[in-house]
Design a protein around this ligand. Structure first.
Ligand code: SF4
Length: 89
């Protein structure tokens, strides 16, 4: 399974929560109304805005859809080599 890094830029996040609606196993809102990153529904300790995870193709698609739904493009996805997969450079 591909390993990816998912990151929310908390300065860009405006709390629109569309990522949470689309990909709730990966994104949740915290008390500051910012999205943070889960690993397959598992709550990290504290609020983590960045996380490595292994994903299936379906999960990758779901996370990409969540990222694409963000009105401020606050969600970044990188592959294992560090190449930014989204937003497209
Ligand atoms: S869709 Fe974007 S702005 Fe909205 S909560 Fe998610 S990361 Fe934040």
């Amino acid at each position: 399974m591909p390993r990816i890094r998912v990151k929310v830029d908390e300065d860009l996040c405006i709390g629109a929560a569309s990522c949470v609606t689309i990909a709730p196993d990966t994104f949740q809102m915290n008390a500051e109304n910012k999205a943070y990153v889960l690993d397959h529904g598992t709550e990290p300790e504290g609020s983590k805005y960045e996380r490595w995870m292994e994903v299936t193709d379906d999960e990758m698609e779901n996370i990409l859809l969540g990222a694409q739904s963000c009105p401020t493009l606050a969600i970044f996805i990188f592959d294992e080599a560090g190449t930014q997969l989204f937003p497209d450079m």
